[in-house]
Design a binder for this molecule. Structure first.
Ligand code: THG
Length: 273
């Protein structure tokens, strides 16, 4: 399982303030903490003010790269902002994201053709996010077809089924997981990724719902997730699920995390230890 650290996103008020004040120390601290907590990529997003997005995203890319040496996940729906940011990256970036929306295809396919990028592909089109698994699969087939025509092979694509809030539609989790299984069966070489926090929107103790979704989605083939690596309970759930799924050889990651003191809960040892 690879983790895309989601914290450098200006929907978080504190990050938005840091971006507008060019507070490099705050952003760099957030970058270092996420990498120490196991993030393989760092997501960077500055989409809340569209007229400043390019400049803000370029500043974020430069600032984060001064502090850490992991690849970035450039999170923007705005092709000119992505084009400006791509020029600054040190490692092959993951573009977040393309979809079946014609505007995004037109804006992002040329960037993928010109630069050596990987890409997240969302299960949506010009009509929005389809409500059924079948229609999401149709949207994904269309995006993958366009990506193939642009020379992007499946192993460079991270399909995101787009998880919606379970409080608004109780079927949301099942639809996302069914979409993952169907995509995996038809396109064995693509990666499967997902944001976790949408599912728990509007519910109390969101991390519990995020943990349940993460565990079940791993069983459905999820190999990458956009999540908060600083959420310790979530990381514990991930380590345990990977052991149970047989994805942690000799339970090495799990026992290492135990020895590093990462598995102890806030109340200390339990009677099961
Ligand atoms: N798929 C893809 N990309 C994504 C998502 C996805 N990028 C954005 C998002 N989902 C993942 N990133 C975040 C970033 C912040 C929050 C959740 C997911 C978040 N922010 C607080 C909130 O909305 O409650 C902000 C409030 C505050 O200021 O504290 O939770 O699914 N491909």
């Amino acid at each position: 399982m690879k983790i895309i650290g989601e914290r450098i996103n200006d929907t978080w008020t504190r990050v938005k303030t840091a971006v507008s004040e060019r507070d490099a120390a705050f952003i760099q601290g957030l970058a270092q903490r996420q990498v120490e907590a196991g993030a393989h990529w760092l997501d960077v997003s500055a989409g809340t003010s569209s007229e400043r997005e390019s400049g803000d995203l370029v500043w974020l890319v430069q600032t984060v790269q001064e502090a850490v040496d992991v690849p970035l996940c450039l999170d923007s729906a705005n092709p000119p902002a992505l084009a400006a940011a791509i020029k600054q990256v040190r490692h092959t970036p993951l573009i977040n994201s393309i979809s079946g929306e014609q505007k995004r295809l037109d804006g992002i396919l040329p960037l993928l053709r010109d630069y050596d990028c990987e890409v997240i592909a969302l299960a949506m089109d010009d009509k929005g996010v389809p409500s059924s698994m079948e229609d999401r699969l149709t949207a994904i087939r269309h995006v993958l077809h366009e990506l193939h025509r642009a020379g992007v092979t499946d192993d460079r694509v991270y399909v995101d089924p787009l998880v919606m809030a379970i409080a608004a539609n109780i079927e949301s989790g099942r639809i996302a997981m069914d979409t993952m299984r169907a995509v995996r069966a038809e396109f064995p070489d693509v990666h499967l990724t997902s944001g976790l926090s949408n599912i728990s929107f509007g519910l109390p103790v969101r991390t519990l719902i995020n943990q349940a979704f993460l565990t079940l989605a791993l069983a459905a083939g999820l190999d990458t997730a956009i999540l908060d690596p600083l959420d310790r309970e979530l990381r514990k759930a991930l380590l345990a699920a990977e052991v149970v799924l047989g994805r942690d050889r000799y339970c090495l990651n799990y026992t290492r995390a135990y020895r590093a003191g990462l598995l102890n809960g806030p109340v200390g040892k339990t009677s099961h230890e």
